[in-house]
Design a protein around this ligand. Structure first.
Ligand SMILES: Nc1ncnc2c1ncn2[C@@H]1O[C@H](COP(=O)(O)OP(=O)(O)OP(=O)(O)O)[C@@H](O)[C@H]1O
Length: 242
């Protein structure tokens, strides 16, 4: 009789973090906005950052996204071209990195009111050297994907708040950003529209295996994310996964 030995399957590989922060601090004069944050974010995660007003949420998002440079500590972004130490880059290098590798959806959309929906989305690609016809083609596909077919030629002021936020989501996705950062993306919307916009943001980002980081005060927004980080006085005091 053959002895059957049980061979345990190899452990599932743990994906390397897309974004890692170690010992992040940020001070503004006498104010400590971040007091030493360590965090690893992985591909496919949707991470809500919560906490009381002034706890450091936006500062953390800005440090992770290379918008502001931390006072100390390190932010490492893993890109398809290799790892990048975001916190050591110059202002110009960080702004290039943001344009090429990161996506942003803020409450006050960073959309240009004089441009149409399709032009706003296409602009993100054109800034990377994509020719206008191809950029507008891709932009229109994303707008359709986000339920905005027929609204491509409207200026931002001719859209509802929820529609404008979906244009911002399309713009954040169209370049294939590794990580999408959102700061109160649904703060100005009613609760039904907020849910729809949040679902659109989650599906667009996570379906592509990318990472979403959302600063929010809204527990219903956080409940739609796969992980919630809670900040107090510039420190992470809670980290839960659903
Ligand atoms: N540019 C700045 N100059 C001076 N102080 C700042 C600056 N940005 C943030 N701060 C201070 O750092 C601390 C953290 O601010 P931050 O905006 O990160 O908090 P938050 O949790 O996002 O707050 P809120 O929920 O009110 O938006 C606060 O005390 C704030 O006043």
């Amino acid at each position: 009789m053959t002895a059957h030995t049980f061979t345990p399957p190899p452990p599932a590989p743990v994906a390397a973090p897309v974004l890692s922060a170690r010992g992040l601090t940020k001070t503004y004069g006498m104010t400590t906005a971040l007091a030493g944050v360590d965090v690893d974010l992985r591909a496919g995660e949707s991470v809500a950052i919560m906490g009381a007003s002034g706890s450091g949420k936006t500062t953390l998002l800005h440090c992770l996204a290379g918008i502001v440079r931390p006072s100390s500590g390190r932010v490492l972004l893993s890109t398809s071209h290799g790892p990048v130490v975001v916190s050591s880059l110059s202002d110009a290098e960080r702004s290039r990195l943001r344009r090429q590798r990161l996506g942003f959806v803020f409450q006050e959309g960073l959309l240009i009111p004089e441009l149409t929906a399709v032009e706003n989305v296409a602009l993100a690609l054109m800034l990377q050297g994509v020719a206008r016809p191809a950029a507008e083609h891709h932009a229109a596909l994303w707008l359709r994907h986000l339920g905005l077919a027929g609204m491509e030629e409207r200026r931002i002021g001719q859209l509802s708040g929820g529609q404008a936020q979906r244009v911002a989501i399309a713009r954040a996705q169209v370049t294939g950003a590794e990580v999408v950062f959102a700061d109160e993306p649904t703060g100005a919307l009613d609760s039904d529209t907020s849910r729809e916009v949040m679902q659109a943001l989650l599906h667009a980002t996570i379906a592509g295996g990318r990472t979403l980081v959302v600063v929010t005060h809204d527990e219903t927004v956080a409940a739609q994310c796969s992980r919630v980080l809670r900040l107090r006085d510039g420190l992470v005091v809670g980290d839960s996964r659903s």
